[in-house]
Design a protein around this ligand. Structure first.
Ligand SMILES: [Mn+2]
Length: 312
Protein backbone atom coordinates (compact mmCIF):
# COMPACT_ATOMS: atom_id res chain seq x y z
CA UNK A 1 0.00 0.00 0.00
CA UNK A 2 2.87 2.37 0.80
CA UNK A 3 4.42 1.62 -2.58
CA UNK A 4 1.17 2.63 -4.28
CA UNK A 5 1.01 5.75 -2.12
CA UNK A 6 4.53 6.72 -3.18
CA UNK A 7 3.73 6.03 -6.84
CA UNK A 8 0.63 8.27 -6.72
CA UNK A 9 2.51 11.02 -4.84
CA UNK A 10 5.34 11.14 -7.38
CA UNK A 11 3.00 11.27 -10.39
CA UNK A 12 1.46 14.19 -12.25
CA UNK A 13 -0.92 12.36 -14.57
CA UNK A 14 -2.48 8.97 -13.86
CA UNK A 15 -4.60 6.77 -16.11
CA UNK A 16 -7.18 4.63 -14.35
CA UNK A 17 -8.37 1.54 -16.18
CA UNK A 18 -11.37 -0.51 -14.99
CA UNK A 19 -11.93 -3.96 -16.54
CA UNK A 20 -13.83 -4.46 -19.79
CA UNK A 21 -17.64 -4.52 -19.40
CA UNK A 22 -17.05 -2.64 -16.17
CA UNK A 23 -19.35 -3.62 -13.28
CA UNK A 24 -20.30 -1.51 -10.26
CA UNK A 25 -17.08 -2.31 -8.42
CA UNK A 26 -14.88 -1.39 -11.39
CA UNK A 27 -16.82 1.80 -12.21
CA UNK A 28 -17.14 2.93 -8.58
CA UNK A 29 -13.50 2.16 -7.73
CA UNK A 30 -12.24 3.98 -10.83
CA UNK A 31 -14.30 7.14 -10.27
CA UNK A 32 -13.52 7.24 -6.54
CA UNK A 33 -9.79 6.89 -7.20
CA UNK A 34 -9.89 9.57 -9.92
CA UNK A 35 -11.80 12.01 -7.69
CA UNK A 36 -9.29 11.43 -4.90
CA UNK A 37 -6.23 11.93 -7.14
CA UNK A 38 -7.75 15.15 -8.50
CA UNK A 39 -8.13 16.34 -4.90
CA UNK A 40 -4.36 15.93 -4.57
CA UNK A 41 -4.08 18.56 -7.32
CA UNK A 42 -3.03 16.00 -9.91
CA UNK A 43 -4.57 14.84 -13.18
CA UNK A 44 -6.43 11.52 -13.38
CA UNK A 45 -8.17 10.17 -16.49
CA UNK A 46 -10.55 7.21 -16.24
CA UNK A 47 -10.34 5.31 -19.53
CA UNK A 48 -13.08 2.77 -20.25
CA UNK A 49 -13.13 0.12 -22.96
CA UNK A 50 -16.78 0.89 -23.64
CA UNK A 51 -19.09 3.58 -22.15
CA UNK A 52 -20.13 2.64 -18.58
CA UNK A 53 -23.58 1.05 -18.22
CA UNK A 54 -26.43 3.56 -17.87
CA UNK A 55 -27.25 2.34 -14.37
CA UNK A 56 -23.94 3.79 -13.15
CA UNK A 57 -24.63 7.27 -14.52
CA UNK A 58 -25.60 8.22 -10.96
CA UNK A 59 -21.90 8.16 -10.03
CA UNK A 60 -20.32 8.78 -13.43
CA UNK A 61 -18.10 11.79 -13.90
CA UNK A 62 -15.69 12.85 -16.63
CA UNK A 63 -14.16 9.86 -18.41
CA UNK A 64 -12.74 8.69 -21.72
CA UNK A 65 -13.66 5.74 -23.93
CA UNK A 66 -10.79 4.02 -25.69
CA UNK A 67 -9.49 4.45 -28.35
CA UNK A 68 -9.08 8.15 -27.60
CA UNK A 69 -6.45 10.85 -27.27
CA UNK A 70 -4.78 10.26 -23.92
CA UNK A 71 -1.55 12.29 -24.18
CA UNK A 72 1.44 11.83 -21.90
CA UNK A 73 0.99 10.07 -18.56
CA UNK A 74 3.36 8.73 -15.97
CA UNK A 75 1.33 6.11 -14.15
CA UNK A 76 -1.38 3.61 -15.18
CA UNK A 77 -3.53 1.94 -12.51
CA UNK A 78 -5.85 -0.96 -13.29
CA UNK A 79 -8.76 -1.50 -10.91
CA UNK A 80 -10.74 -4.72 -10.33
CA UNK A 81 -8.89 -6.29 -13.23
CA UNK A 82 -7.60 -9.85 -12.71
CA UNK A 83 -5.42 -10.13 -15.84
CA UNK A 84 -4.12 -8.08 -18.76
CA UNK A 85 -6.80 -9.67 -20.97
CA UNK A 86 -9.41 -7.90 -18.87
CA UNK A 87 -7.99 -4.58 -20.08
CA UNK A 88 -9.00 -5.42 -23.66
CA UNK A 89 -7.48 -3.05 -26.23
CA UNK A 90 -6.23 -0.81 -23.41
CA UNK A 91 -3.49 -3.35 -22.62
CA UNK A 92 -1.45 -1.28 -25.11
CA UNK A 93 -1.63 1.79 -22.84
CA UNK A 94 -0.94 -0.19 -19.64
CA UNK A 95 2.79 0.41 -19.97
CA UNK A 96 5.58 2.20 -18.13
CA UNK A 97 4.96 2.45 -14.40
CA UNK A 98 1.90 0.32 -13.66
CA UNK A 99 -0.18 -0.53 -10.60
CA UNK A 100 -2.73 -3.33 -10.31
CA UNK A 101 -5.33 -2.95 -7.52
CA UNK A 102 -7.65 -5.93 -7.35
CA UNK A 103 -9.38 -8.53 -5.19
CA UNK A 104 -9.71 -11.53 -7.55
CA UNK A 105 -7.84 -14.55 -6.24
CA UNK A 106 -7.12 -15.47 -9.88
CA UNK A 107 -5.13 -12.23 -10.33
CA UNK A 108 -1.99 -12.80 -12.42
CA UNK A 109 0.06 -9.92 -10.85
CA UNK A 110 0.82 -8.39 -14.24
CA UNK A 111 1.87 -4.86 -13.14
CA UNK A 112 5.04 -3.35 -11.68
CA UNK A 113 3.22 -2.89 -8.35
CA UNK A 114 0.47 -5.38 -7.48
CA UNK A 115 -1.98 -5.14 -4.61
CA UNK A 116 -4.38 -8.09 -4.57
CA UNK A 117 -6.42 -8.00 -1.38
CA UNK A 118 -8.77 -10.61 0.01
CA UNK A 119 -11.50 -7.98 0.15
CA UNK A 120 -15.11 -8.31 -0.93
CA UNK A 121 -14.64 -5.51 -3.44
CA UNK A 122 -11.86 -3.46 -4.99
CA UNK A 123 -13.78 -0.48 -3.57
CA UNK A 124 -12.71 -1.59 -0.08
CA UNK A 125 -9.05 -1.42 -1.15
CA UNK A 126 -9.52 2.05 -2.69
CA UNK A 127 -11.08 3.11 0.62
CA UNK A 128 -7.98 1.84 2.48
CA UNK A 129 -5.65 3.54 0.00
CA UNK A 130 -7.33 6.94 0.47
CA UNK A 131 -7.26 6.39 4.24
CA UNK A 132 -3.48 5.87 3.98
CA UNK A 133 -3.22 9.49 2.78
CA UNK A 134 -5.82 11.05 5.07
CA UNK A 135 -9.46 10.52 5.96
CA UNK A 136 -9.93 14.22 5.15
CA UNK A 137 -9.99 13.34 1.44
CA UNK A 138 -13.25 11.44 1.74
CA UNK A 139 -16.34 13.32 0.60
CA UNK A 140 -19.92 12.52 -0.34
CA UNK A 141 -19.12 11.83 -4.02
CA UNK A 142 -16.20 9.50 -3.27
CA UNK A 143 -18.44 7.85 -0.67
CA UNK A 144 -21.20 7.21 -3.23
CA UNK A 145 -18.70 5.75 -5.70
CA UNK A 146 -17.26 3.42 -3.07
CA UNK A 147 -20.71 2.47 -1.78
CA UNK A 148 -21.69 1.50 -5.34
CA UNK A 149 -18.48 -0.54 -5.67
CA UNK A 150 -18.83 -2.40 -2.40
CA UNK A 151 -22.58 -2.89 -2.40
CA UNK A 152 -22.71 -4.27 -5.96
CA UNK A 153 -19.89 -6.79 -5.41
CA UNK A 154 -21.51 -8.04 -2.20
CA UNK A 155 -25.02 -8.23 -3.68
CA UNK A 156 -26.13 -5.44 -1.36
CA UNK A 157 -24.18 -6.94 1.56
CA UNK A 158 -25.94 -10.30 1.16
CA UNK A 159 -23.13 -12.52 -0.20
CA UNK A 160 -20.72 -14.56 1.90
CA UNK A 161 -17.84 -12.20 1.00
CA UNK A 162 -19.41 -9.54 3.26
CA UNK A 163 -17.12 -9.28 6.30
CA UNK A 164 -17.34 -7.19 9.46
CA UNK A 165 -14.74 -4.94 7.78
CA UNK A 166 -17.01 -4.55 4.74
CA UNK A 167 -19.84 -3.37 6.95
CA UNK A 168 -17.56 -1.07 8.97
CA UNK A 169 -16.36 0.51 5.71
CA UNK A 170 -19.97 0.88 4.54
CA UNK A 171 -20.84 2.49 7.88
CA UNK A 172 -18.03 5.02 7.37
CA UNK A 173 -19.42 5.77 3.92
CA UNK A 174 -22.90 6.42 5.38
CA UNK A 175 -21.25 8.85 7.82
CA UNK A 176 -20.14 10.88 4.80
CA UNK A 177 -23.80 11.68 4.21
CA UNK A 178 -24.28 9.58 1.08
CA UNK A 179 -27.82 8.97 -0.14
CA UNK A 180 -27.79 5.16 0.13
CA UNK A 181 -31.57 4.70 -0.28
CA UNK A 182 -31.36 6.57 -3.61
CA UNK A 183 -28.39 4.46 -4.75
CA UNK A 184 -30.10 1.23 -3.67
CA UNK A 185 -33.25 2.18 -5.53
CA UNK A 186 -31.33 2.92 -8.75
CA UNK A 187 -29.00 -0.07 -8.49
CA UNK A 188 -31.41 -2.77 -7.28
CA UNK A 189 -35.02 -1.71 -7.68
CA UNK A 190 -35.09 -0.27 -11.19
CA UNK A 191 -35.49 -2.29 -14.39
CA UNK A 192 -35.70 -1.08 -17.95
CA UNK A 193 -38.73 -2.39 -19.81
CA UNK A 194 -36.39 -4.24 -22.18
CA UNK A 195 -34.68 -5.98 -19.30
CA UNK A 196 -37.92 -7.10 -17.71
CA UNK A 197 -39.32 -8.40 -21.01
CA UNK A 198 -36.08 -10.27 -21.58
CA UNK A 199 -36.34 -11.85 -18.13
CA UNK A 200 -39.74 -13.24 -19.10
CA UNK A 201 -38.10 -14.73 -22.19
CA UNK A 202 -35.31 -16.24 -20.06
CA UNK A 203 -37.78 -17.82 -17.65
CA UNK A 204 -39.72 -19.36 -20.52
CA UNK A 205 -36.68 -20.81 -22.27
CA UNK A 206 -34.10 -21.69 -19.64
CA UNK A 207 -32.99 -25.30 -19.34
CA UNK A 208 -32.59 -27.35 -16.18
CA UNK A 209 -29.95 -30.07 -15.79
CA UNK A 210 -28.68 -32.53 -13.19
CA UNK A 211 -31.92 -32.86 -11.23
CA UNK A 212 -32.63 -29.11 -11.47
CA UNK A 213 -29.32 -28.18 -9.79
CA UNK A 214 -28.00 -26.41 -12.89
CA UNK A 215 -30.01 -23.79 -14.73
CA UNK A 216 -28.69 -22.64 -18.09
CA UNK A 217 -29.81 -20.12 -20.66
CA UNK A 218 -28.25 -19.52 -24.05
CA UNK A 219 -28.68 -16.28 -25.96
CA UNK A 220 -27.68 -16.24 -29.61
CA UNK A 221 -26.50 -13.14 -31.44
CA UNK A 222 -29.53 -13.41 -33.72
CA UNK A 223 -31.93 -13.45 -30.78
CA UNK A 224 -30.08 -10.61 -29.03
CA UNK A 225 -30.52 -8.48 -32.14
CA UNK A 226 -34.13 -9.44 -32.89
CA UNK A 227 -35.18 -8.55 -29.31
CA UNK A 228 -33.25 -5.24 -29.64
CA UNK A 229 -31.49 -5.94 -26.35
CA UNK A 230 -28.63 -4.00 -24.80
CA UNK A 231 -25.75 -5.40 -22.74
CA UNK A 232 -27.39 -3.74 -19.71
CA UNK A 233 -30.56 -5.76 -20.32
CA UNK A 234 -28.75 -9.09 -20.19
CA UNK A 235 -26.14 -8.33 -17.52
CA UNK A 236 -27.79 -10.08 -14.57
CA UNK A 237 -29.26 -13.17 -16.24
CA UNK A 238 -27.04 -15.60 -14.34
CA UNK A 239 -28.28 -14.19 -11.02
CA UNK A 240 -31.86 -14.67 -12.17
CA UNK A 241 -31.12 -18.32 -13.02
CA UNK A 242 -29.47 -18.88 -9.64
CA UNK A 243 -32.46 -17.42 -7.78
CA UNK A 244 -34.57 -20.52 -8.51
CA UNK A 245 -35.06 -22.76 -5.49
CA UNK A 246 -32.73 -25.77 -5.60
CA UNK A 247 -30.47 -24.37 -8.32
CA UNK A 248 -26.80 -24.45 -7.29
CA UNK A 249 -25.24 -23.09 -10.48
CA UNK A 250 -26.65 -20.52 -12.89
CA UNK A 251 -24.94 -20.47 -16.29
CA UNK A 252 -25.53 -17.91 -19.01
CA UNK A 253 -24.02 -18.37 -22.45
CA UNK A 254 -24.14 -15.28 -24.62
CA UNK A 255 -23.04 -15.23 -28.24
CA UNK A 256 -21.60 -11.72 -28.53
CA UNK A 257 -20.43 -11.95 -32.12
CA UNK A 258 -20.74 -14.85 -34.53
CA UNK A 259 -18.95 -17.81 -32.95
CA UNK A 260 -17.63 -15.77 -30.04
CA UNK A 261 -19.32 -16.65 -26.77
CA UNK A 262 -19.17 -15.35 -23.26
CA UNK A 263 -20.14 -17.53 -20.30
CA UNK A 264 -21.03 -16.18 -16.91
CA UNK A 265 -21.42 -18.51 -13.96
CA UNK A 266 -22.96 -18.02 -10.51
CA UNK A 267 -22.85 -20.52 -7.67
CA UNK A 268 -24.43 -20.79 -4.27
CA UNK A 269 -23.59 -24.37 -3.50
CA UNK A 270 -20.22 -25.91 -2.81
CA UNK A 271 -19.05 -25.43 -6.39
CA UNK A 272 -16.19 -22.98 -6.93
CA UNK A 273 -17.02 -21.53 -10.35
CA UNK A 274 -13.69 -19.69 -10.64
CA UNK A 275 -12.14 -23.18 -10.95
CA UNK A 276 -14.49 -23.92 -13.86
CA UNK A 277 -13.57 -20.69 -15.66
CA UNK A 278 -9.82 -20.94 -15.14
CA UNK A 279 -9.01 -23.78 -17.63
CA UNK A 280 -10.89 -21.76 -20.26
CA UNK A 281 -8.67 -18.73 -19.59
CA UNK A 282 -11.31 -16.96 -17.51
CA UNK A 283 -11.40 -15.95 -13.90
CA UNK A 284 -13.43 -14.52 -11.07
CA UNK A 285 -14.52 -15.61 -7.64
CA UNK A 286 -15.85 -18.76 -6.01
CA UNK A 287 -19.47 -17.62 -6.47
CA UNK A 288 -19.17 -15.55 -9.65
CA UNK A 289 -16.90 -16.13 -12.62
CA UNK A 290 -16.79 -15.94 -16.38
CA UNK A 291 -14.85 -16.82 -19.49
CA UNK A 292 -14.98 -16.45 -23.25
CA UNK A 293 -14.59 -18.98 -26.01
CA UNK A 294 -14.98 -19.26 -29.73
CA UNK A 295 -16.73 -22.02 -31.58
CA UNK A 296 -19.96 -23.94 -31.68
CA UNK A 297 -22.56 -23.19 -28.98
CA UNK A 298 -23.85 -26.75 -28.51
CA UNK A 299 -20.41 -28.40 -28.38
CA UNK A 300 -19.20 -25.89 -25.80
CA UNK A 301 -22.41 -26.11 -23.81
CA UNK A 302 -21.88 -29.85 -23.46
CA UNK A 303 -18.28 -29.41 -22.34
CA UNK A 304 -19.43 -26.87 -19.76
CA UNK A 305 -22.23 -29.11 -18.46
CA UNK A 306 -19.79 -31.99 -18.12
CA UNK A 307 -17.39 -29.82 -16.06
CA UNK A 308 -20.25 -28.48 -13.95
CA UNK A 309 -21.58 -31.94 -13.16
CA UNK A 310 -18.09 -32.93 -11.97
CA UNK A 311 -17.97 -30.20 -9.34
CA UNK A 312 -21.51 -30.63 -8.02
MN1 LIG B 1 -14.84 -6.58 -8.05
Amino acid sequence: MNEIKAAVESTEKTLILPHINADGDAVGSAFALAAFIRKLGKTADVVFEEPPEAVYSVISSECLVYPCEIGEYDLAISVDCSSVDRLGKRAEIFTGKTVNIDHHKTNTEYASINYVGENAATGEIIYKLIETFSRDYFDKYIGECLYTAISTDTGSFRYSNTTPETLRTAASLLELGIDSPKLNSILYETNTLGKLKFQAEVINNMQMYLGNRICLYTLTKEHFESMKLTIDDVSSVSNLLLSIEGVEIGAFIHERTSGELKVSLRSRGKADVSEIARPFGGGGHMRASGYSFTGDVDANKNILLERLSEVL
